[in-house]
Design a protein around this ligand. Structure first.
Ligand code: ATP
Length: 356
């Protein structure tokens, strides 16, 4: 009798059924984490090819950045490590910010969910951060007007505030979330944060089924530490977004766990949620690979490879929550490779038992 092949999911056909994704390893632990992702994809037979693009953070020319942008525009999707920009040289702009601006990736989504197997400062957190990703305090418009006086412009536009608010409420609706909180400092920055807040209030009226409230950023930080369970979906401008993301990641287990998604209308970039470089732990086999592997799961979901995404996220859950194979940042003694080996084992088991 002929073998009947059960098709569980047919991915969008591209280049013979495979997707090509731009891979930007960045600095520090980025390259080793990307090697783990590539190995897992190879062993799991995941139909994604990576186009490797290196960006030199110290280069003052823009050729490598332009090449990366062209590659992402061609492929539509990228996975990324952090590109170090520690330099205070004003001629060298952050490549990370430039990429997000050039591709108009106006929203950053961070799903902050506790791992039951990780001992953390707070349990059972499930917060969704929706952050404006291209303007605000990251406008990089600074100048020294007279010696000893520096001005830095914070740009808030109606259009971007509206896009982010709309994205947040639509996302909340799709996921059945109950409440959206706008985080701001409109009591001091009355025009800029005022515009952001008023815009989100106006959009909120179109979603009466979702509760909307507001909170000032300083109170928000205190509330996050003392009672984070009151938060569901949060929306905020760029700088508050990076601070709040790091606070929540710290509450659930640090920089090595969560992933973040950057979306625009045309392109998407997936990366570790706190965007750390981790230079001091590079090459030591101790970096936690989970955040980057989670970024690759997000990428698979975005590409429509739901089955592979599910296999990989189950492997992560088995490793982190069931077998509790944890790197030192989570209080464990496992190496990066131990974690990857465990994930590979679970991916292989799941792949073998699948009837494709
Ligand atoms: P360095 O880059 O030299 O580590 P830093 O202050 O720039 O110093 P970040 O890259 O911002 O550090 O990272 C913040 C902290 O989180 C550092 O202590 C870093 O070692 C740690 N960290 C970042 N990513 C990971 C990871 N994947 N696994 C474990 N620890 C991590």
């Amino acid at each position: 009798t002929p073998v009947v092949r059960k098709v569980i999911h047919i991915p969008k056909a591209q280049y013979g059924g495979r997707h090509t994704v731009t891979m930007l390893p960045g600095g520090g632990i980025g390259p080793e984490l990307m090697d783990y992702v590539k190995e897992i994809f190879r062993v799991g037979g995941i139909p994604v090819d990576f186009e490797l693009v290196q960006i030199d953070p110290k280069s003052s020319g823009n050729e490598d950045l332009e090449y990366a942008i062209t590659s992402i525009k061609r492929n539509g999707v990228a996975i990324k490590g952090n590109i170090e920009t520690g330099s205070l040289d004003t001629g060298i702009i952050s490549r990370n910010v430039a990429l997000r601006n050039e591709l108009d990736l106006y929203v950053n989504v961070l799903s902050c969910k506790s791992y039951p197997g990780v001992i953390a400062r707070q349990k059972d957190i499930d917060i969704l951060i929706i952050r404006q990703n291209t303007e605000g305090e990251y406008a990089m418009l600074e100048h020294e007007s007279v010696s000893g006086v520096v001005e830095s412009m914070k740009i808030v536009t109606y259009d971007n505030s509206e896009r982010v608010a709309r994205f947040a409420f639509e996302y909340a609706k799709k996921l059945g979330r109950k409440k959206v909180t706008t985080i701001h400092k409109a009591n001091i920055m009355k025009l800029s944060d005022g515009l952001f807040l008023e815009t989100s209030k106006r959009i909120a009226k179109e979603y009466p089924e979702i509760e909307h409230n507001e909170m000032i950023i300083d109170n928000c930080c205190m509330q996050l530490v003392s009672n984070p369970h009151q938060f569901d979906v949060m929306i905020m401008t760029n700088l508050y977004g990076t601070i709040v993301s790091n606070v929540i990641c710290g509450l659930v287990g640090g920089a090595g766990l969560l992933s973040g998604k950057n979306y625009g209308d045309h392109y998407a970039i997936f990366e570790p949620g706190t965007r750390n470089t981790g230079t001091s732990i590079a090459g030591k086999n101790i970096a936690n690979p989970i955040a980057m592997i989670n970024a690759s799961v997000d990428m698979l979901e975005h590409l429509g490879h739901q089955t592979h995404a599910h296999i990989l996220s189950s492997a992560v859950n088995n490793t982190v929550n069931v077998e509790k194979i944890h790197t030192p940042d989570l209080g464990g003694t496992a190496s990066s490779m131990d974690v990857v080996q465990s994930i590979l084992k679970h991916v292989l088991e799941a792949t073998k038992s699948m009837k494709w």
